[in-house]
Design a protein around this ligand. Sequence first.
Ligand code: ATR
Length: 275
Amino acid sequence: PDLYCVFGNPIAHSRSPVIHARFAELTGHRITYERRLLPEGGFDTGLQAFMAEGGRGCNVTVPFKHDAARVATERSARVQLAGAANTLVLAGEDIYADNTDGLGLVADIERNAQVPLLGRDVLLVGAGGAAAGVLGPLIEAGARRVVVANRTLAKAEALVAAHAALAVQYGAVLAAAEPQAVAGAFDVVVNATASSLSGAAVPVAATVLRPGCLAYDMMYGPAAQGFLDWARQHGAVPRDGLGMLVEQAAEAFALWRGVRPPSAKVLAELRAQSA
Ligand code: ATR
């Protein structure tokens, strides 16, 4: 079987191996998909070792998405915009980098949660690798206004600047803000910070939540709980990132194997297992 893996730190709780194993089963492909823990600063060495073993592709998660974009020999337009990659396709010495996170998020919001993004006001909280990967696809999905709120304002400003031309092309209005200074309310609020992971409070005020709005955490499991509880308490519809995980995995699988797996079916199975 062809070898794949997911690199991250931490990685022990990643559900990617289960998802890709199920995709392979449902599409009749034979693959091996492993978890690989790498030390901080150890991405390049880890990837080289994996390539030497004959690895055909990998997913990349926190904190290595910027490293993955940097080491690539070829980058998709999305990776060039985001400066971050979550999927590498490996062939000999060639490393092709793509970022399927944004497609995964948009697919989960629009197809699975059935919230169309066209004309919507979106608040993206965070400006790290996770946020960078989804801003472009949110604009391309037709969001009317996207505000990027981040503790370190300069990072939000840089992300907005990098996407300025794309926003003009799609007629979207972009702005950067400090989390406490976000004005107005939104239809969709996406938490792309690691705030819940560290047990920190949600960085934005509840006034950003329009009644009944979608409050989306890109994490799943305990890491998303703080944000989702907060959202529910303030009248928003909470949604964790499990669907995004499955949908970004489906896009990666399609890149590697040339066939799109039945992602909605696998998401339903995972939800049933954890219910
Ligand atoms: P990732 O790849 O998951 O995005 P990252 O690049 O380290 O990881 O970015 C983490 C994001 O979470 C950043 O937006 C970070 O804010 P800063 O840019 O100001 O560092 C945000 N973040 C992490 N801990 C946070 C906290 N306790 N409160 C608010 N934001 C936090």
